[in-house]
Design a protein around this ligand. Sequence first.
Ligand SMILES: [Zn+2]
Length: 249
Amino acid sequence: MRIAVFQLIYAIALITTGCVEHDEFTQKQSIAGKQPESNTERLEELPDSLERYLITKGLTDVGSLDSTIHVALHYSTEHNFLGKPMYQGLKRCYLPCEVAIKLCNAQWYLKQQYPYYSIVVFDAVRPLSIQKNMWDELDMPASKKINYLAHPSDLSLHNYGAAVDVGIISNDGVLLNMGTAFDSFDSLSEPKWETHFLALKKLDTAAYKNRMVLRRVMLKAGFTAITSEWWHFNATDKSSAALKYLLIE
Ligand SMILES: [Zn+2]
């Protein structure tokens, strides 16, 4: 019965958001806590803004599919490496429908094992024009910058909404310890050094285990991890993204 209710909620969500139903999605219903709003209704309320632009590009508000996924976009606040808001106050996580569904599946897998945990999204789609601003404003030699930010001429999967930066948050609002903060430039944040730092006790066991939980559910949902940032997951590769998704300029 519980599954049937979720199926119904998702069927409504898919119709109202314009998402095309995904094969896997019918098998793994996430936990939708509210009736989704349609993008068309949202457009009527929105002034000229980044959010309006993302909707007109056909992106899906993840919250309309699963309201239990937390969204805390650091580039909408001053809590980022540039120290100032870059996203015009955007509060919602917009992604191509297929990627949004993958994220809902990751949340579903996480909730199955840890009902008191939730995925929290730190960054999702990142328009290319904003990435250019970030590149220009980051005061660092270019050779070092490319470790943290794709060069604007070398598109990032974030520019298609085909990558997400995520962590885990508990029901009482506490971020799980991952060893470093999101967007830390410290090598401690790089998965390729995890076992090294674990052996040196610079990365504690709890943080390592939390990273494994996050990675396991994201990979199970179809994302891939990278070796340089614990928070970053790709939904596909660049050539597939260019074919399947719109570049958000
Ligand atoms: Zn990222």
